[in-house]
Design a protein around this ligand. Sequence first.
Ligand SMILES: [Zn+2]
Length: 148
Amino acid sequence: MKLKEAIEKYVEYFEQRNTSKAVNFWWIKEHPELLDLDIYEITDEIIKKIVDKYGEAAKLNFKKCVIFARDNYTCVYCKRSLVQYPNLELHLDHKLPKSRYGGDKLNNLVCSCGFCNRAKSVRTAEEFLEELKQVALSVVKAYRLEIP
Ligand SMILES: [Zn+2]
């Protein structure tokens, strides 16, 4: 997906939730060369360049727009997606939490629903997925279902 489409999709997602606020990619007008990049070509260096020039206000929405598009507006943990659940609240989650020195780089960020993001808390992505697996297994066991 090109950045242009990712921004359009994010603006639509944002405006459906925040009717009082507007999301603004004002800086993109000065960087039309970025619009045709694939979202996988957006690097931490590109984001840093934009943030250095336009300030922190540009950062969060730029990252969300790229990560949500990359992860297809689907929670990486429970796999619920915006297509199935149009009111799904999506967050940026740090795979390795900030409190455990996880960075703000794109490769440490994933799309997570609000429920999983809050439940995961200070766990790493691996720890949380293992816990979800154990919960699922105990449910299966409780209902005496066989795992194929
Ligand atoms: Zn989730």
